[in-house]
Design a protein. Structure first.
Length: 221
């Protein structure tokens, strides 16, 4: 399929976003809301629009991930690729309290020697996070009208891998998780990383400069 011009592509993405928002309004009238898979797709469309807006003018070719890529989006330029993983969440009332929660999985590594993490329910899962270079998390309002977008380099996820290990039945299919706390509960599963992120999440808000080689400010004191 021929790639659309950036302006035309963004126009169509905006139409899709509007259609999903309208679906949300219609579902609300019958006491339902968009399903998690639709919410996830909605978040991916938001990221796709932003990637096209910001990076196409810088000479990058943006393509949705498929087949063996395993990441949600690929930014390609001069023979090099940047892999983007996208996670979306609405406000939740969960074991950690009130906030936004995202399930993250290690995947079998195709580039490095094997590494492993021990999943609390599924035994040893061999893999790592090399299938993405950046993780983008989206906080989406219940009515889908508002969102906040946060960008994390993979190095941050690797550095805090132990603190991000999943211990909750809520994310029973995931090896790891990342949480944006609003009102934490008293559970012991909340880690120091979770607490720091609550205070310093603004360092990652719309932090597109990180994709161009910037460094994390999470632990700047």
């Amino acid at each position: 399929m021929k790639k659309l011009a950036t302006r035309e592509l963004i126009k169509h993405i905006n139409c899709c976003l509007q259609d999903i928002r309208q679906l949300g309004k219609s579902l609300k009238k019958i006491g339902k809301r968009v399903t998690p898979d639709i919410l996830g797709f909605y978040g991916e469309l938001i990221v796709w629009r932003e990637l096209e807006t910001i990076f196409s003018l810088k000479g990058y070719f943006i393509k949705p991930g498929e087949g063996q890529t395993r990441a949600d989006f690929i930014l390609a330029k001069n023979g090099k690729e940047i892999k983007i993983e996208v996670k979306s969440s609405r406000l939740k009332e969960e074991w950690f309290g009130r906030g936004y929660g995202y399930a993250i999985n290690v995947k079998k590594c195709k580039r490095h020697a094997k590494a492993f993490v021990k999943h609390p329910k599924k035994g040893k899962v061999f893999g790592d996070f090399c299938y993405f270079d950046y993780l983008i998390t989206i906080l989406i309002s219940e009515d889908l009208q508002k969102h906040e977008l946060y960008i994390f380099p993979r190095e941050i996820i690797k550095q805090h891998e132990r603190e991000l290990r999943n211990k909750s039945k809520r994310f029973s299919s995931a090896t790891h998780r990342i949480i944006f706390l609003e009102k934490p509960s008293k559970t012991k599963d909340i880690t120091n990383f979770d607490r720091i992120l609550k205070i310093k999440k603004q360092n990652y808000l719309n932090a597109w400069h990180l994709i161009r080689g910037g460094k994390s400010k999470l632990h700047d004191e």
